[in-house]
Design a protein around this ligand. Structure first.
Ligand code: ZN
Length: 188
């Protein structure tokens, strides 16, 4: 896996998160660099875990393509073992917790917007939360590609969009957690 995180000595600045939907400029000190952008601890952890999840899925997609070509399983097994040793496996749960911690302070207009989107949810259709998490995942992928191609401006443009989507996803996640807690309370 590509290593996107560097150390503090190289970036003695503050966090770059600034979207109004994510609560405006974050003045927390620099803690990590992901896709070449500066982040504080909370925003950096979300970015790093989102990036790791995106890369994990990319590996799975690669193996899936490999399987389609009818390659024998010992090769696939060897590849999977090699890839497993190349980085820590991240769970969705870890990423969601980091997402809530980093983007859990969305302003009222974002909360209203998400609530309106959820009011239009229909059975059999993708939930607002899943849709937002999918978009977030795609933005991570686009940022990785742009970063690998040295397209700094594009990485920054995608970052602004990712902050907006992350803030919406955090609100939807909060709602989903609340609904889950209510269901559990009703059962006990
Ligand atoms: Zn920050």
């Amino acid at each position: 896996m590509t290593e996107h995180t560097t150390t503090m000595e190289e970036h003695p600045v503050h966090c770059s998160v600034a979207h109004p939907d994510a609560g405006g400029p974050c003045f927390e000190p620099f803690a990590a660099s992901v896709y070449g952008l500066n982040f504080c601890e909370a925003h950096g952890l979300q970015a790093a875990l989102g990036a790791a999840l995106e890369e994990q899925l990319e590996v799975d997609t690669f193996l899936e393509r490999f399987r389609d070509r009818g390659t024998n399983s010992p090769v696939e097994k060897a590849l999977r073992t090699a890839l497993m040793h190349s980085g820590k496996t991240v769970s969705d749960q870890e990423h969601w917790e980091a997402l809530l911690r980093a983007y859990g302070n969305a302003p009222a207009n974002v909360r209203e917007m998400v609530a309106e989107m959820e009011a239009d949810e229909a059975p059999g259709r993708m939930s607002v939360l899943d849709d937002l998490l999918d978009t977030l995942h795609t933005l991570h992928k686009l940022q990785r590609v742009a970063y690998e191609e040295w397209q700094t401006y594009l990485v920054e443009t995608l970052q602004r969009e990712r902050e907006h989507v992350a803030a919406c996803a955090a609100v939807a996640l909060e709602h989903a957690n609340r609904r889950q807690a209510e269901r559990e309370a009703a059962r006990s």
